[in-house]
Design a protein around this ligand. Sequence first.
Ligand code: SAM
Ligand code: SF4
Length: 350
Amino acid sequence: MHGTGSDKTQGQTIPGATPRLTDPYGRPITYMRVSVTDRCDFRCVYCMAEDMTFLPKADLLSLEELDRVCSAFVRHGTRKLRITGGEPLVRRNIMRLFRGLSRHLHSGALDELTLTTNGSQLAQFAEELYDCGMRRINVSIDTLDPDKFRAVTRIGDLEKVMAGLEAAKRAGLQVKINTVALKEVNEAELTSILAWCGDQGFDMTIIEVMPMGDIGGEDRLDQYLPLTTVRRSLAERWTLTDIDYQSGGPARYVRVEETGQKLGFITPLTHNFCESCNRVRLTCTGTLFMCLGQDDAADLRAPIRASADDALLDEAIRAAIARKPKGHDFVIERGRHAPAVNRHMSVTGG
Ligand code: SAM
Ligand code: SF4
């Protein structure tokens, strides 16, 4: 039974309990990704333009408001929260949010509180994250070559990220490396990144570039590398065995027999994961996106600010989930420079 979501006994609703959220296609909503800031200390070429204009701070949900929305979702049956951004660890006092949300881990209402980070601040925060109940984190690294790393992130320092990874390991955090497959940039390096992950005991997920947000002059097709090609080329060196593993996300997993680690492939341009989609995304301004690949969204900031009681918020959440679409509309077309979805990944956090 699932914590507060256990609202029904033999078909009867217990008075006062919050019904679990299920969308019109029967998919239970159990996973929320929360972007706590649109700001970042990197400017990855596929994610942001060099001269980004960030949101005025006044538009952001406060840490208390973020906690309130997350807690409402937990009450509605969300079992997993992933905190992301922008770079979540650059948001001031972000540990207060983690500390607060850890109460849902202690109560058993939440199975997992986790984080996607670029790793730049991990050396400072790894231990505290573990202390807040976090056990697994995703760290994004697209190349292990310091110069290339600087070029892809436009600012990032690989050495700092490596120090962060060491700190994460020391703290006891399990790490998964996220790598975006970029044609020509890291295409030839993916196999050595996989080997390095094996040495470090890290799982790895390779992500296909998604057409999200204006990235300032770069052409998506120049970056786009289909994962079918990546998998074929990795299979020349590694024995990849399909496995049934589900991380609660859209990745398809294989086991790398030589290292024993898992390798995931995220191919958002195919529809292969929509039918099992269990997630929604909250932006740092309180906008709820029911699908990463669609523009429809619901404002949760207004109902939170309109009343200290959660009745309006609960109603807005239920109305939003009732509109969750069946699938997404991603396409990368030759000659098309406009993104398929206008917001940047740093808004919804991927
Ligand atoms: N800053 C953190 C990080 O980089 O891990 C968290 C936010 S970032 C938006 C989350 C993930 O989205 C990262 O792994 C990043 O590589 C990926 N990402 C960003 N833009 C993308 C795009 N257009 N296509 C595919 N993945 C993207
Ligand atoms: Fe920042 Fe992450 Fe986007 Fe890179 S991918 S610019 S680290 S938010």
